[in-house]
Design a protein around this ligand. Structure first.
Ligand code: BGC
Length: 746
């Protein structure tokens, strides 16, 4: 046997050994859960289903001038009287890792030592793009920017670092990833998604979960993930957060379910329900979504946590329950296992009443509690619920910072480069302006240090803004700066114009202030007037303009696109964003990011790339500013010789596709080779094309690489008229890099 074959046999053997070991571990956990459950009182069980905010057990909030302080008596009451199983968040600002450890030790001491059964508490935070709420942690680009890297390995490695830094604080649970497919650009949480395409979101979501959870949750640098917000969060009709979505079942299954299927298959430990409603049914009350689909069809085994106050909201906001008690019954019977209550013990008290009167069966409580305990066992919390003090040293390691810088650099997407104005020579005199030029919060967005990410003063002083990074790169003497405008307020445009006149190039940094969730709602996707005015005014000088966009969603800039010579989309690139942007501007990095969304040109034409043919006939068009998948480079890539192994396939075939890519420019660079499939005729109107594969490659100048893809007929599936996944025989086209080939599926 050849060495390669031997290694195949050995790795297969290892895989079998590993999975049988996992099965054994699962069986032991199930037995332990059963044993523990049998000893628990009803009160203890319902307590496990209760999650409260840290505020409930705090004396003082953490502010810039005030240290957060736990109210020990209240904490004891929460854990010993109400038996709460989980606590979340901060009140209001980030803690040092040392304080986090103190806090967790204090909580677990009570849970372990002062209760009958010693069940550990599971603490959770929103480490959306790094260990948020932790001072000094690595804060990566937001997911929308990570998606622009089209680099699954980078996503996995960044999630692993997040897990390490979160767990180092003693926190074993991260409410991430957001798996909503970002198809509503107004939505203020678009930046938390991996973009508009279901395939890209599924691939990157799965990698994120693998990075976060690893293969064994009990390892001291892993945390439980929480895929959210199941389901339909990312498609609110109005674009406002937590407002109704109208999604027919076919579309739901086609576009919004697959990332959750991938997450469940990857073993995601928990799922959070969507705050809002789909087709008039609040998700927190939907037995179909939470039980039939999620458990029955997708096979999810972990536990489902509600979103913030959302059981109560079935009564208070959604008006499908006539009382808070009815809301509790509705949500628990629909399939919510843990309530993020979060401010009081109402859920605990009402659920206790409901079970005692026989309105909620004990079996349902046992089911929910078993799922929660199972995750606690998987996390190893029963063996050791305490943080490891030395783990703090792992936070913001050199490796983490380097990966963060790489992620930011790979995300940055070059959208325009007239006459190759970029990269800029380092001896140019540069004028920098705009509201995103000299702040860190605007590069990081929500879920950074504080909930809204907008406390500029709390950002680490050693991290560089765009302006500072440019100054470091080319020298302060060659850089001038004035903000010109705040986001929607004109400050000193006239002065900006004068200063631009004395420079060789104006770098205008525009975008959005930090926000997240409902406070980020907008009524107009167009870039604010003041920012547009700034660009227009500077354009009158004739000085070349480089626009840098730092924004969580694609604010429309069609009025100023022609005025700019170059445009860089930086998204929300995280704490290393400033240096990464400077690297790209001055050519130390060749940009390779590709848009994970369609960048709209008009506010009332918000189309995705995978639209239907009827949307582009006659006067209709996919008339976006830049299309999904677009992004330029300082070099050029040529595609040739797209080929299939045959032209007719049967349902058992593998479809082998190859293409040759050449770096035809004079710089090395990264390219994302994107494979799209079009179904020529189908029983449900087919989208014009859909992404079915991608590979990121690195090519030296002149280098040619053959890129191979392997699809199966399953990749040609769609959700048919009966709302089930089907493949239909017929003609298909494959498209890569502008080349197409047709084939037949028999
Ligand atoms: C958000 C969730 C988050 C939770 C806890 C909610 O308002 O919708 O995404 O995990 O708060 O902070």
């Amino acid at each position: 046997m050849k060495l390669k074959q031997w290694s195949g046999v050995i790795s297969l053997g290892l895989l079998i050994a590993l999975s049988s070991c996992q099965v054994r571990q699962e069986n032991t956990i199930d037995a332990k859960v059963k044993q523990l459950l049998a000893q628990m009182t009803l009160e203890e069980k319902i307590g496990q289903m209760t999650q409260i905010s840290i505020q409930v057990v705090s004396k003082t909030r953490g502010t810039v001038d005030q240290k957060h302080e736990i109210d020990h008596e209240k904490l004891v009451e929460a854990i010993t009287k109400y038996h709460v199983g989980s606590i979340l968040n901060v009140w209001d600002v980030a803690h040092s890792p040392e304080y986090w450890q103190e806090l967790i030790i204090q909580i677990q001491n009570i849970a372990i030592k002062d209760t009958r059964l010693g069940i550990p508490v599971i603490y959770g935070i929103d480490a959306i793009h790094g260990a948020n709420y932790t001072l000094g942690a690595t804060i990566f680009p937001q997911n929308i920017a990570m998606a622009a890297t089209w680099n699954p390995e980078l996503v996995r490695r960044s999630a692993a670092i997040t897990a390490r830094e979160v767990r180092a604080c003693g926190i074993p649970w991260n409410f991430n990833p957001v798996l909503g497919v970002g198809r509503q650009p107004l939505w203020p949480r678009l930046f938390e998604t991996f973009g508009e395409d279901v395939f890209l979101v599924s691939v990157l979501g799965e990698e994120y979960i693998k990075g976060l959870q690893g293969t064994d949750l009990s390892v001291s640098d892993r945390v439980a993930g929480c895929a959210k917000h199941y389901l339909g969060d990312s498609f609110p009709f109005s674009g406002k957060d937590r407002t109704p979505a109208w999604i027919p079942e076919r579309m739901l299954r086609e576009l919004f379910v697959p990332p959750y299927r991938a997450a469940v298959n990857a073993g995601v430990a928990t799922i959070m329900a969507n705050s809002s409603e789909i087709n008039g049914i609040p998700v927190h009350s939907s037995y179909f979504l939470l039980t039939e689909l999620l458990r029955g069809e997708l096979g999810f085994k972990g536990f489902v946590v509600s979103d913030w106050n959302d059981i109560n909201n079935l009564y208070r906001r959604e008006k499908v329950a006539g009382s808070q008690k009815e809301a509790v019954k509705m949500a628990v019977m629909a399939g919510i296992d843990m309530s993020m209550v979060p401010y009081d013990y109402s859920f605990y008290e009402l659920l206790l009443e409901l079970v005692n009167e026989g309105s909620v069966p004990l079996a349902r409580i046992d089911e929910a509690v078993s799922r929660i305990l199972r995750v606690k066992f998987q996390l190893g919390l029963f063996k050791n619920p305490y943080p490891e003090s030395h783990a703090i040293q792992l936070i913001a390691s050199a490796e983490a910072q380097a990966l963060n810088r790489q992620a930011a650099a790979e995300a940055i997407t070059l959208l325009k480069n007239r006459n190759h104005i970029l990269p800029l020579a380092k001896n140019r005199k540069v004028f920098v302006t705009g509201p995103t030029a000299n702040a860190l919060s605007v590069l990081n967005g929500g879920w950074t240090i504080v909930w809204q990410g907008n406390e500029e003063a709390l950002y680490p002083s050693e991290k560089l803004t765009i302006l500072e990074a440019i100054q470091v790169k080319i020298g302060k003497d060659k850089t001038s700066y004035t903000p010109g405008v705040a986001f929607d307020i004109v400050l000193n445009i006239l002065q900006a114009v004068q200063m631009a006149q004395n420079a060789d190039v104006a770098i205008i940094c525009i975008g959005e202030p930090a926000y997240c969730e409902t406070p980020g709602n907008i009524d107009n996707l167009t870039m604010t007037k003041a920012q547009l005015e700034l660009v227009k005014a500077i354009s009158t000088t004739g000085v070349p303009i480089v626009l840098v966009l730092a924004e969580g969603r694609p604010r429309i800039i069609s009025e100023i696109v022609d005025l700019a010579d170059a445009i860089l989309m930086a998204y929300l690139p995280g704490l290393e964003g400033g240096p990464a942007i400077a690297d790209v501007l001055f050519g130390d990095v060749n940009p390779g990011g590709k848009l994970p969304i369609s960048y709209p040109q008009y506010p009332n034409s918000l189309m995705t790339y995978d639209h239907k043919t009827s949307e582009i006939v006659d006067v209709n068009d996919y008339d976006v500013q830049w299309s999904f998948g677009f992004g330029m480079s300082y070099t050029t890539f040529d595609y040739a010789n797209l080929r299939l192994d045959t032209t007719v396939y049967n349902p058992d075939s593998e479809i082998r596709i190859s293409v040759d890519v050449t770096n035809s420019g004079d710089r090395s660079g990264l390219e994302v080779v994107q494979l799209y499939i079009s179904d020529k005729v189908a029983s449900v109107t087919p989208p014009v094309k859909r992404l079915k594969g991608f590979q990121k490659i690195y090519l030296e100048p002149g280098q040619i690489r053959t890129v191979d893809f392997m699809l199966t007929p399953l990749d040609l599936e769609f959700v048919g008229r009966e709302n089930t996944r089907i493949t239909e025989p017929g003609e298909f086209a494959v498209e890569i890099g502008g080349l197409t080939r047709n084939f037949i599926l028999e």
